[in-house]
Design a protein around this ligand. Structure first.
Ligand code: ZN
Length: 122
């Protein structure tokens, strides 16, 4: 069953809100690498000279936490961005494996879902 216009609008709002949140989180845990929207986990002041050894240890710890975190955030950010692009192209909500319409319940739970329940990886 095809999505209704108002359902689509609701999902778009959710996606845009998620995109904003993810960008905020990315900005606080990482830094943007290029215009293509790639991010990298970072720690503030890591490149500074004359750092106190304790500060350096803290910063390394922060980096160790932030790098995988940023990778995960970036992955979600890509999914959300691609879902919005698909909406613009009119192909939103189709499973990437079987091309069937993903159920509205699933999309409401995760508007950036790429696959139907049968082809979900998680
Ligand atoms: Zn499928």
């Amino acid at each position: 069953m095809k999505l209704q216009q108002h359902e689509m609008e609701e999902l778009r709002e959710q996606l845009e809100a998620q995109k904003g949140d993810l960008e905020e989180e990315l900005a606080s845990h990482g830094r943007i690498l290029n215009d293509a929207g790639d991010w990298e986990g970072s720690s503030e002041g890591f490149e500074g000279e004359e750092s106190d050894p304790n500060d350096v240890a803290d910063q390394i710890e922060e980096l160790v936490t932030n790098v995988p975190l940023v990778e995960e955030l970036e992955e979600r950010h890509t999914d959300v961005t691609e879902a919005l692009e698909k909406m613009d192209e009119g192909v939103y909500g189709l499973c990437e494996v079987c091309n069937e319409q993903i159920s509205l319940d699933r999309l409401k739970a995760n508007p950036a879902a790429r696959t139907c329940i049968e082809h979900a990886e998680e």
